[in-house]
Design a protein around this ligand. Sequence first.
Ligand code: ADP
Length: 208
Amino acid sequence: MHTMSKTPYVIGLTGGIGSGKSAAADRFAELGAAIVDTDAIAHALTGAGGQAIPAIRAAFGDAVITPEGALDRKAMRDRAFADPDERRRLEAILHPAIGAESAHQVGAARSPYVVLVVPLLVESGKYRERCDRLCVVDCPVEVQIARVMTRSRLPEEQVRAIMATQASREQRLAVADDVIDNGGDLATLIAQVDRLHENYLAAARAVA
Ligand code: ADP
């Protein structure tokens, strides 16, 4: 028999803003799953000395880079908001870098299965292709809004504006293999993650 490097069993974890992706991922991590978080990767790439900084500086100039060498998120947001071309240019730098780094982290993971957290997973065919199963964290829109307003100190209008750019609850549920109902308390969320963890261990063993 020849030995091949096995691709890990990948669970795509998604949900709208404030649905509870991070809370669910934290529990999967406690249970021993490797977590690959595309938001965290984006932050690292654009933080001080991040790998995307040279390309961003070359494309947009020093005005969007802080003295510490990080992306000035507010300056960049203002420009990207004012000009869709600027937004697309930034995405053309970041998206391939996030895609490559997340693939690298998934490949390097040593846990029985990997949880790949992607806020816009349903919207992105590229990430869906990489997942063996899709797990959606779901909660009522009003609960989502209330939690984001508390967590991020954003006005309701702004939360609704962000949600309008994301897939709807119905669109996500239509493609979910598993659904975590996070309309209840955290203990209820944890119990559901614990159950899914057993299923994912079994599924990963079955294909190993
Ligand atoms: P996401 O990562 O999907 O944006 P988070 O996991 O950050 O969402 O959850 C949004 C906010 O709601 C956080 O402040 C989190 O602590 C809180 N939260 C998540 N799930 C629950 C829950 N079941 N009960 C109460 N608060 C919750």
